[in-house]
Design a protein around this ligand. Structure first.
Ligand code: B12
Length: 318
């Protein structure tokens, strides 16, 4: 995370384009077009606009409902309940749409981050982040990591709160400071687990975010998850140039490499084509929503944290 990223985020996000196609909405939400069609068929969460001689189009309100649906589902709410809540939401963008837990929030908590269907712990983390209380964020994340392990903590505590914070920024243009405190706290707890771990794998794993990519928290979740299995991960971090990744691969000879791309504009296939041919050949995994619409010349897509940890641990011989 950098201050330049923070300042560039300061501009209010653009109002959603009216009349988006299913493909555009799928990209915007980071879900498959087939999922949108299923939500339309099963729950009536479809496009309400008609454009002459063309496919039906999603309006801003349709998209807001779908975003709510996605958030609920990510937070673990069953799809039918999530759809009902999304359909019943009265005001999808205004300040009236607030988390009922707002009344118990700390000072500064008037800017509540809704975590629909989130656990009390997730709501607590969101409140601590909203209050810019990094110590409390680290405590909540650290205690949950100790109790439930990396995968559970990432999937059920951290991701719902990150998604909520991201949605809040997207809807209001506010809360970048909350996002920064939260990200720093999560990264510091995950990296502390990595530093403490005893590593015993025959080879190590290289983790990198692609060129231009500042989102790295999933890489830290991976490093911590691998550390739980005593697998060593070397972290190259944000915005790794393809030539630097290639050089690191040649020098280290990793059992596996994972490249994270959060934003579609950072997922370039040219950087994959540049990777060296090593013997033995490392496993190359591509992860993150940025790769969703890319036909990669090299590497396999991986969709979730536990699958990625399992594949990489095997590749490292751990
Ligand atoms: C934290 C954060 C930041 C931090 C990053 C700090 C850090 N140390 O990483 C900072 C402040 C730097 C930042 C900057 C920006 N951000 Co930002 N950010 C986020 C936030 C809140 C969390 C990111 C994250 O870690 N996501 C990881 C998980 C939670 O999300 P996910 O990848 O979608 O998860 C899916 C899959 O990947 C999978 N999954 C989940 N975890 C894992 C783990 C593994 C290993 C695997 C394989 C799969 C997997 O499951 C999910 C369901 O499909 C997101 C909100 C969000 N919804 O993600 C916005 C978000 C990603 N950011 C966004 C934007 C627009 C930006 C900026 C461009 C803003 C700007 N105008 O400057 C900059 C650009 C930075 C850059 N060039 O890279 C948008 C992206 C929109 C888009 N689709 O293109 C988001 C979605 C916010 C939003 N709702 O609009 N950001």
């Amino acid at each position: 995370m950098t201050s330049s990223a923070g300042s560039s985020q300061a501009a209010a996000p653009p109002a959603p384009d009216l009349g988006l196609t299913v493909a555009a909405v799928a990209r915007r939400l980071g879900v498959a077009p087939a999922t949108l069609r299923t939500w339309d068929r099963r729950y009536g969460l479809g496009p309400s606009q008609h454009a002459a001689g063309s496919h039906r189009r999603y309006s801003a309100e349709d998209i807001a409902r779908l975003e709510l649906m996605r958030r609920h589902v990510l937070a673990g709410v069953p799809a039918a309940d999530a759809a009902r809540a999304a359909c019943e939401a009265a005001d999808l963008s205004g300040p009236e749409y607030v988390d009922p837990s707002a009344s118990t929030s700390r000072p500064g908590g008037g800017r509540v981050v809704p975590i629909p269907g989130g656990t009390p712990n997730a709501r607590g983390l969101a409140r601590a982040a909203t209050a810019l209380d990094g110590d409390a964020c680290r405590r909540i994340v650290g205690e949950t990591l100790d109790r439930r392990g990396v995968v559970w903590t990432w999937d059920h505590l951290i991701v719902p709160v990150l998604v909520g914070v991201g949605q809040k920024w997207e809807a209001t243009g506010q809360g970048i400071e909350v996002e920064h405190v939260l990200s720093e706290s999560i990264q510091s707890e995950l990296s502390a687990r990595v530093a403490r771990a005893e590593r015993r794998s025959p080879t190590c794993i290289l983790l990198a975010a692609v060129e231009g990519e500042l989102h790295v928290l999933p890489l830290w979740a991976l490093a911590a998850g691998l550390a739980e299995r005593h697998v060593e991960a070397r972290m190259l971090g944000a915005r790794t140039p393809a030539c630097a990744l290639s050089e690191a691969m040649r020098r280290i000879g990793p059992g596996g490499v994972l490249l994270w791309s959060q934003l579609p504009e950072t997922a370039g296939t040219a950087q994959l084509a540049q990777l060296p041919d090593l013997r033995p050949e490392p496993l190359v995994l591509l992860a993150g929503p940025g790769w969703r619409d890319v036909e990669p010349p090299r590497g396999e897509r991986v969709e979730d944290l536990s699958e990625a940890i399992a594949l990489l641990a095997r590749a490292a011989g751990g």
